[in-house]
Design a protein around this ligand. Sequence first.
Ligand SMILES: NC(=O)c1ccc[n+]([C@@H]2O[C@H](COP(=O)([O-])OP(=O)(O)OC[C@H]3O[C@@H](n4cnc5c(N)ncnc54)[C@H](OP(=O)(O)O)[C@@H]3O)[C@@H](O)[C@H]2O)c1
Length: 274
Amino acid sequence: MSEPKIAFIGAGNMAGAIIGGLIAKGYAKDKICAADPLAENLQKLQQSYGISGYQNNDEAIAEAEVVILAIKPQIMAKVAEQIKGAINARQPLVISIAAGITLSSLQHWLGDRLAMVRCMPNTPALVLSGATALFANDCVSEQQKGWADQLLSAIGLALWVEDEAQLDAVTAVSGSGPAYLFLVMEAMISAGEQLGLDKTLAEQLTLQTALGAAKMAMASDVDAAELRRRVTSPGGTTAAALQVFEEGQFQQLFSDALSAAEARSKAMAKELGA
Ligand SMILES: NC(=O)c1ccc[n+]([C@@H]2O[C@H](COP(=O)([O-])OP(=O)(O)OC[C@H]3O[C@@H](n4cnc5c(N)ncnc54)[C@H](OP(=O)(O)O)[C@@H]3O)[C@@H](O)[C@H]2O)c1
């Protein structure tokens, strides 16, 4: 796979995570640059990874084959307006990682014949264990799709969806998902403490259990429901706990929560879009 020249617009957390992942995979540092108005943000990335930095977005875009928009969704319209000229002069593949910004908004702001990929990563990307879903518009070539895949795979799992609308559901499942699992951990730790465990012990046991369960589910050839059944002996301790979850309509609660996240994702696209 060839290594295109990449420019990150925005040198914050996600740009840092993707750059860290690329460098760890051996990507040439002289093929990566970042632009950010804050010199301090650039210095951090320059010192950690030896990439070049620009305080002017257009300078970063001038030689790029891939431009990654890694800025907050709220400023996307303003930044797109600023970089429109440089993007249209260069015609790179544009990848947006901004939550809730649709390709139609980006096309409206930047131009409608540009190759664009919209993706939805999640926070575990910061520890190179992210889950990202990607969607490409019709202008994206197979080579460019390969580039996007390569770049987002540097921070974890990268999967393509066929319909952009699915990114709202993706946001509800994996985009917001880490917070649901943190909530479950939080509740388990606090319940463990109520049962008399020391906080540190409850925390260590909970986190290792979460890690172990995820590893087991990933390594297994049966689904999560079957794994759950296999650790639930009739009349046992797990069955007693699961019965309480069932009585509290846990599955329904999750379904309602994810529907709320999906609806909010759709509403945000309208609020932030063109
Ligand atoms: N963090 C996540 O886990 C996550 C997950 C999914 C999607 N995303 C998406 O990823 C994007 C970036 O998130 P983040 O967490 O990396 O945010 P962040 O840390 O705030 O990074 C954004 C960077 O852009 C800089 N910036 C501001 N104005 C700019 C301009 N005009 N030109 C270039 N850069 C500019 C910011 O500088 P200042 O600090 O000076 O403002 C900041 O360094 C967001 O759109 C978010 O929706 C993030």
